[in-house]
Design a protein around this ligand. Sequence first.
Ligand SMILES: [Fe+2]
Ligand SMILES: [Fe+2]
Length: 216
Amino acid sequence: MALLRHIIEAQRDWYKPNWLYESIPGLYMGAGVFTFVLLRNALGMFSGGLFIVSSVVVSSQRYLYRRQKALARAEKEEEHKELKKLGTIVWRSSFHCGDKLIDEQHKFLVSEANRIIGAIIDDEQELDYEKTLVKLLRDIQRHFRDEEKFLIKMLPEVAPQHKATHQKLMDQTMSLVDDIRAEEATPYELLSFLLINVITKHVVSEDLKWKDMLEG
Ligand SMILES: [Fe+2]
Ligand SMILES: [Fe+2]
């Protein structure tokens, strides 16, 4: 059966036009030289010349296209470096503040961040940026509102300062939204800002500061 499958696959590969596609510049070049040598007259020089020019044009176009693709791939790799470095955010019990709603929201935001980072790194084509951004922004805004209400009740001395920190993050977010509209920023930049600055640096770092005061 394995042999049969091997034969069938080999047959199928033969019919794939890739081998033909790859050999076109060589065929043009060979046809050009052959025409030159065979005819040795003005028509032969003209026809052979056309084949050789076609071979050079096709080769250079392919080279430029492949180079552009390789550069775009390298650029994407570079762009994703920060998120790759971030990796998976491990949820720890020490992140709990004791309030059921706030803890659930924090945990949910961290799991969403992990899911989105994984999707970006694994297969970005599959990620619907607009849908992901709208949903993540809505979740963050809802969380900020609930956390501010919680802090007013539990730590009123901390609440105004923390609300100002949330506002600053939202201002930066909205400024990035404006930049996207003006085509000066990409949805990827906004998404990585939310994942790195809002979820990783704020939720898993800044929020822990008032959590300690709550315990004290
Ligand atoms: Fe929070
Ligand atoms: Fe917060």
